[in-house]
Design a protein around this ligand. Structure first.
Ligand SMILES: Cc1cc2nc3c(=O)[nH]c(=O)nc-3n(C[C@H](O)[C@H](O)[C@H](O)COP(=O)(O)OP(=O)(O)OC[C@H]3O[C@@H](n4cnc5c(N)ncnc54)[C@H](O)[C@@H]3O)c2cc1C
Length: 384
């Protein structure tokens, strides 16, 4: 692995950073305060390739490598955590399984419009979601998923309830993990305008308020048999593969959030004076900044390495778990200390570190908690 980004990757980072600075960072506070998805920015993402990071070019994808996809999520997250989560979920949890497991017809029908950011009738780009979690099933999908899909003629009839579905209210489709024949799990594509599909009100969350999260219920939802994604009964294995990629994405998002808090802390440490000098001159502040610089760098390298292994078609399950675990826990520490550097002002919504601290809290939970990552890593290390 080359430790330097290629010229192409550097140019891509500059382009996404520039977009994120202009379109996301400037509205991040409003997005949080109004708990409103940033549609203005999302509209501009399709032409930039940001809605097709995991899709092949043939189906309208950006045609970027996995490291560049991670860079994009990092830079979007650096500008706005809410938008970062929504776009990471669209790309990593909806477009990715379509690209991995979709038939040619499914890719033409579902992936292409999503990856290109095709506008719906209201002019907003089509987005996607993945519903795995249920009121009684999160970490333990295999044992806990109760949503059922039964074949009736040429249709699947789906009944059940999902929780915490990112993007549900702004998505055109929700890929849904269901229990099918012989009690095994399968993924099924469910358009959100299907009768019987009910999307609950947006959850009132601690952070990431501009990323809509919803409970979804399925009441005799009927979709065509050909909406099965991949192989019937292989839904869990398919999901775990999707989550391997999703973990790189959440790791990247965590690096972006940490970077944003870190930059705010540096700026503030030069501006704020105590005892006659800028606080940047106090060793205690310098150590927090030095630790953050070091840990962010290490986290970024782990995320890029996992992405590079994915790009090389090598096994990346454990590196992705390690990268997610480390980057998200680094993010927590960096954001905690960024508030410490700000003193009382860090506790105020007037300063971005307050929002970023709330936003980052999900990172050690979503797409596999830190405990589940440690389980994956330990099983590998111990050969269990
Ligand atoms: C804002 C937000 C957005 C989300 N978006 C999505 C989405 O788009 N799609 C989706 O499907 N889900 C989504 N989720 C759900 C998320 O993936 C789950 O919350 C997460 O996987 C944890 O599941 P759980 O909440 O059921 O916790 P549980 O599985 O109940 O775990 C509770 C605690 O027990 C620990 N634990 C569980 N099992 C073990 C074990 N074997 N060993 C040690 N510790 C264990 C966990 O680490 C955790 O600390 C989202 C959640 C949030 C909050």
């Amino acid at each position: 692995m080359n430790f330097e980004l290629t010229e192409e990757q550097k140019a891509w980072r500059e382009a996404v950073r520039d977009f994120s600075d202009r379109e996301l960072a400037t509205r991040a506070r409003e997005t949080d305060e109004k708990a409103r998805f940033n549609w203005e920015a999302a509209r501009k993402m399709g032409p930039l390739g940001l809605l097709g990071l995991n899709a092949p070019e043939e189906y309208g994808g950006a045609g970027v490598d996995a490291v560049s996809a991670a860079i994009a999520i990092e830079e979007i997250g650096r500008g706005c955590g809410s938008t970062g989560l929504a776009i990471a979920a669209h790309n990593g949890l909806c477009c990715a399984p379509l690209a991995l497991y979709g038939t040619r017809d499914q890719k033409s029908k579902w992936l292409k419009p999503l990856a290109t950011g095709m506008p719906a009738s209201d002019g907003r780009p089509l987005l996607g979601a993945l519903a795995l979690t249920e009121p009684g099933a999160g970490s333990d999908l295999q044992g806990g998923v109760k949503t059922r899909a039964v074949l009736e003629g040429d249709s699947w009839i789906i009944d059940g309830a999902k929780m915490w579905t990112t993007n549900a209210s702004i998505a055109s489709i929700i890929i849904t993990l269901c229990r099918t024949e012989s009690n095994r799990l399968s993924l099924i594509i469910v358009p959100t305008n299907t009768p019987g599909l009910h999307i609950g009100p947006a959850e009132k969350k601690m952070g990431l308020k501009g990323s809509p999260t919803h409970a979804v219920t399925y009441d005799e939802v009927r979709v065509p048999r050909e909406n099965l994604l991949g192989v019937e009964g292989k839904g869990l294995a398919q999901t775990l593969r999707v989550l391997d990629g999703g973990r790189i994405s959440i790791g990247a998002l965590a690096v972006g959030l940490a970077q944003a808090a870190f930059e705010a802390a540096i700026q503030y440490s030069h501006e704020r004076q105590t005892f006659g000098v800028p606080i940047a001159q106090h060793q205690a502040i310098q150590w927090m900044i030095a630790d953050a610089a070091t840990e962010i760098e290490a986290a970024r390298l782990m995320v890029y390495r996992a992405a590079w292994l994915k790009e090389m078609s090598q096994s990346y399950t454990v590196p992705a778990s390690m990268a997610k675990l480390f980057a998200t826990e680094v993010c927590e520490r960096v954001c905690f200390n960024a508030i410490q550097v700000h003193g009382g002002y860090g506790y105020s919504a007037e300063f971005p570190v307050e929002r970023i601290y709330r936003d980052q809290r999900l990172m050690t939970i979503g797409e596999g908690t830190s405990e589940i990552q440690r389980l994956v890593i330990a099983r590998n290390v111990l050969g269990l």
